[in-house]
Design a protein around this ligand. Structure first.
Ligand code: MRU
Length: 367
């Protein structure tokens, strides 16, 4: 998507054919910084410390990490080691494991001398595929927005609430939850987005709001606790969120707080959609609550908040007493029964085993 007049993806291979550049998301919206990453340790740090984040982008970054490892040492032992090293960086987003498995599956049969070139080729393909998947999600989600718009008075915007950042910054381009929104804006359908701030790391306030502002999408920032109130008063027409892992039976794991939005949406008859590319489906898991590992991040993310001071310095401030402990589960699971539909690249599925199997019949046997 555009930053100023220039088009950016969130990650790209440099002319040296080895290193990647990434948008370092830790500094947004206050500073737009690009970092070059050229080591496997650098890739692990960028994922773990959230220079890059969002399930699809984590997967693509890991794929380039495998390629870097193959350029350094293409042995079987190195291939296995890089899988483990990157897999442990962030436990919840299944796209990470999907990309590592995909790279390993493709590289394993090759002679070591062929692996580096093949790995860079496949990493680039996975990045391009992500863009295509998101574009298709956008087209499928656009139909839903169009239907809601058709029931509104002419010129009245469709009010969409989103949580966290499932935007282009979370993917290679377009985003998942934001793809239908960007396409609606392109199609001239009036939309307005309520952006949940998304404590503790404020991906909504810092990233989604920046994306919306950068692309001229009318939007309003709200605190995480405001969504239920707005839904009770008819101010939200639909919710669209992303997901880090959706199970074979349609349970949706996403940023902490998503579940509360889904509960409020169900109580108020507001449709609750989840946008996802198929690599985000974990066909091996049935019960999301019991089987998905939930990342627990540092308590500092709760006690300290990043912002820009009046002097323009990007700094952290403490919001709680020094001695107060904090707990920081980063994701929660929304049971399938609270999800109106799963917007995938193949269409909109019911959040159920049968619904997903209908769209992905080739996985029925695998699941
Ligand atoms: O902790 P983050 O910022 O990586 O969490 C991101 C989310 O929860 C997104 O909603 C999810 O990864 C889907 S991104 C298309």
């Amino acid at each position: 998507m555009k930053v100023g007049e220039k088009h950016f993806r969130t990650i790209w291979l440099n002319a040296d054919g080895r290193s990647v550049d990434i948008i370092d998301q830790r500094w947004l919206p206050h500073a737009f910084r690009i970092e070059t990453v050229d080591t496997i340790d650098g890739i692990a740090t960028a994922i773990r410390d959230m220079w890059v984040r969002g399930a699809p982008l984590i997967g693509v970054t890991a794929a380039y990490g495998v390629a870097m490892q193959m350029a350094d040492d293409p042995s079987d032992a190195a291939l296995e080691a890089v899988w483990h090293k990157l897999h442990e960086t962030r436990p919840t987003a299944i796209n990470l494991r999907w990309a590592l498995d995909e790279m390993t599956r493709m590289l394993k049969p090759l002679a070591p001398s062929e692996r580096a070139a093949a790995a860079y080729r496949r990493a680039a393909e996975i990045a391009d595929e992500d863009v295509g998947l998101n574009r298709s999600i956008g087209e499928n989600g656009l139909k839903i927005i169009r239907d809601i718009a058709a029931r509104k008075k002419p010129g009245e915007p469709v009010n969409i609430l989103t949580h966290c950042n499932a935007g282009w910054l979370a993917t290679v381009d377009y985003g998942t939850a934001t793809a239908p929104i960007y396409l609606a804006v392109e199609a001239g359908i009036p939309v307005h987005v309520y952006v949940d701030e998304t404590r503790p790391r404020n991906q909504g306030a810092q990233l989604t709001a920046w994306e919306m502002a950068g692309h001229g999408v009318p939007h309003t920032l709200i605190v995480d606790n405001a969504g239920g109130h707005l839904m009770q008063h008819g101010d939200v027409d639909m919710v669209i969120v992303g997901t880090d892992r959706t199970t074979a039976n349609g349970d949706v794991c996403n940023k902490i707080g998503t579940y509360l939005k889904a509960l409020a949406a169900a109580d108020n008859g507001v449709p609750f959609y989840v946008a996802l590319p198929s690599p985000t489906i974990d066909w091996t898991v049935a019960d999301g609550l019991k089987e998905i590992p939930i990342e627990e991040r540092a308590s500092d993310e709760v006690s300290l908040v990043w912002g820009k001071t009046g002097d323009g310095e990007i700094a952290q401030v403490r919001v709680s007493p020094d001695a107060t402990p904090a707990r920081n589960p980063a994701f929660d699971v929304t049971p399938a029964r609270l999800v109106t539909g799963l917007i995938t690249e193949r269409g909109v599925a019911k959040a159920s085993r049968a619904g997903l199997a209908e769209l992905f019949p080739e996985r029925r046997a695998a699941a």
